[in-house]
Design a protein. Structure first.
Lengths: 129, 269
C-alpha cells in the first residue's frame, strides 16, 4: 500500500469526526429541565397525567371551545371546574398558574425540540415577579 | 319457446331504456321536492341576526368600527404615506357607500342622500353560507345558533372562502398583525387585548358576532357601543325578540338576497 501512514491517519481522523456526536456527548449530557410552576396547588389533572397528555387536552379544548361553545372543563380527578383557556387573565386559565412561559413551556419544548405555535396568536402571559 | 339472439338483445335494450327513464324521472321529482322545501324559510332553532338602521347612523361616527377592531386585535394597516393599505387591510365591520353595499338597489335616480349614505357592513352570518361550502378544511363552519365562525387553528389560508363570499366580509393576513417593533401593540397602534387572540400570517379572519362575548351573556360590542342605538342584535327565529319587533315595524332589505345565501343582517334605509 502506498502512503499507508497518511491514509490510515486520515481514516482515523475521518472516523473520529463522523462519530463525534456519539462520543462527544458521553461525558456531560444535558440535564432534563425541570419546568417551573409559579403557583402551588393542583392542576387540571395530576402532574403525571398533564405531563403525558397536556397536548391532547389542549387540542380537545380548542375544538370544543371554538366548535361547541363548551368553555368549562371539569377535572376527571378532582371534579373542579376550569376555564378552557390558555391565556385569559384573572381567571382559572393555564397561564394564571403557569405564568412564566420561558421557564414553564419553553424549558421542556426546547429540550425535546418541539415548536408548538400557540403563542403566534394567543397572548403569552406578561412576566410578573 | 325459442328466441334468437337478435330478438333477445332488442328486448333487453328497450327494457334498460325504460328502466333508466324511470330512475331519472324519480331523481328529478325528488330534487324538485328538496328545492321547494328549502325555499320556504325554516324558522326553527336559533338564528342570530342584526338590524342596522342606516337612518340613525351618523356619517362621521366610527364607534362600532373602532371598538370591534380594538377588542378583536384587528390591525390598522397603512401605506408608507399614511393612506389605508387597501390591498392588505383587515376589516370585521366597516362603512361602505350605499350604492356599493346594495348595487342592485341603487340606480341613477335614487336620491343622492341615500346613494352616498355610508352604511355599516359586516359578515352577514348567512343561513346558507357559501364560504362554509367551499372551505376545504372545514375551518369555517356554521354554529347551531346560526353564527358563521372561523376556527383559526384549521385555516390553511387558501382563500377559497374569500372568493366565495359575495360581500367581501373576509380578510387575509398578509403579514403578522402584531407590531414587532412595539411589543404589546397591534400594527396601527392599538394595545393588544389580552382576552382575545391575535391571528398569524396566512389565515383568513372575519366578524364572529362577538361569540366570545355572547358566551358571557353580553351583546356584541358594536351594538353596545353605538351611540345612536342604530344596531339591534337578537334571535331572528324568536317571535318575541326585540329584533323581530324592529323587523315587523320597519321595511328592511338584505344585501344581495338574490344570491340565495340568506343573509342574517337586515338594513333599514
Amino acid at each position: 500500500m502506498y502512503d499507508a501512514g497518511k491514509i490510515i491517519t486520515g481514516l482515523v481522523i475521518f472516523v473520529g469526526i463522523v462519530t463525534y456526536p456519539i462520543w462527544g456527548s458521553l461525558g456531560g449530557s444535558v440535564n432534563m429541565p425541570e419546568p417551573v410552576v409559579n403557583k402551588s396547588g393542583t392542576c387540571v389533572e395530576s402532574a403525571e397525567y398533564m405531563r403525558a397528555n397536556h397536548m391532547q387536552i389542549l387540542d380537545e379544548w380548542r375544538d370544543s371551545v371554538v366548535r361547541d361553545n363548551d368553555r368549562v372543563y371539569t377535572s376527571q380527578q378532582y371534579g373542579t371546574k376550569f376555564d378552557k383557556s390558555l391565556s385569559t387573565t384573572g381567571k382559572t386559565s393555564c397561564t394564571s398558574c403557569h405564568s412564566n412561559k420561558e421557564e414553564f413551556c419553553d424549558a421542556c419544548h426546547d429540550y425535546t425540540a418541539v415548536a408548538p405555535y400557540c403563542w403566534e396568536c394567543h397572548i403569552e402571559p406578561k412576566e410578573e415577579i | 319457446m325459442n328466441e334468437n339472439r337478435r330478438d333477445f338483445l332488442k328486448k333487453a335494450g328497450v327494457g334498460s331504456l325504460i328502466g333508466l327513464g324511470v330512475v331519472s324521472a324519480i331523481n328529478v321529482a325528488t330534487e324538485e321536492e328538496g328545492k321547494a322545501s328549502t325555499r320556504s324559510e325554516d324558522t326553527s332553532g336559533t338564528r342570530m341576526g342584526m338590524v342596522v338602521d342606516t337612518r340613525k347612523c351618523k356619517e362621521d361616527c366610527k364607534a362600532c368600527l373602532d371598538i370591534c377592531h380594538e377588542i378583536h386585535n384587528v390591525p390598522d394597516l397603512k401605506m408608507p404615506d399614511g393612506s389605508p393599505d387597501i390591498k392588505s387591510e383587515v376589516k370585521w365591520i366597516w362603512k361602505e357607500p350605499f350604492h356599493n353595499a346594495f348595487p342592485s338597489k341603487s340606480s341613477a335616480f335614487t336620491s343622492e342622500s341615500l346613494n352616498n349614505r355610508e352604511v355599516a357592513v359586516l359578515c352577514n352570518h348567512c343561513k346558507d353560507p357559501s364560504c362554509v361550502r367551499v372551505c376545504p378544511t372545514k375551518a369555517t363552519f356554521k354554529r347551531s345558533d346560526g353564527i358563521v365562525l372561523m376556527d383559526f387553528h384549521r385555516c390553511i389560508g387558501c382563500r377559497f372562502c374569500m372568493a366565495a363570499c359575495p360581500y367581501g366580509s373576509r380578510s387575509f393576513n398578509w403579514q403578522d398583525p402584531r407590531d414587532e417593533a412595539n411589543s404589546g401593540k397591534m400594527i396601527g397602534g392599538n394595545d393588544i387585548n389580552t382576552e382575545f387572540p391575535t391571528r398569524e400570517r396566512g389565515v383568513v379572519e372575519k366578524c364572529n358576532f362577538c361569540a366570545e362575548r355572547l358566551a358571557k351573556n353580553m351583546i356584541p360590542a358594536c351594538v353596545e357601543k353605538c351611540p345612536e342605538g342604530a344596531l339591534v342584535f337578537g334571535d331572528l327565529n324568536n317571535p318575541q325578540s326585540e329584533i323581530r319587533k324592529v323587523l315587523k315595524e320597519n321595511n328592511t332589505i338584505q344585501r344581495k338576497p338574490e344570491l340565495g345565501t340568506g343573509p342574517s343582517v337586515f338594513y333599514i334605509v
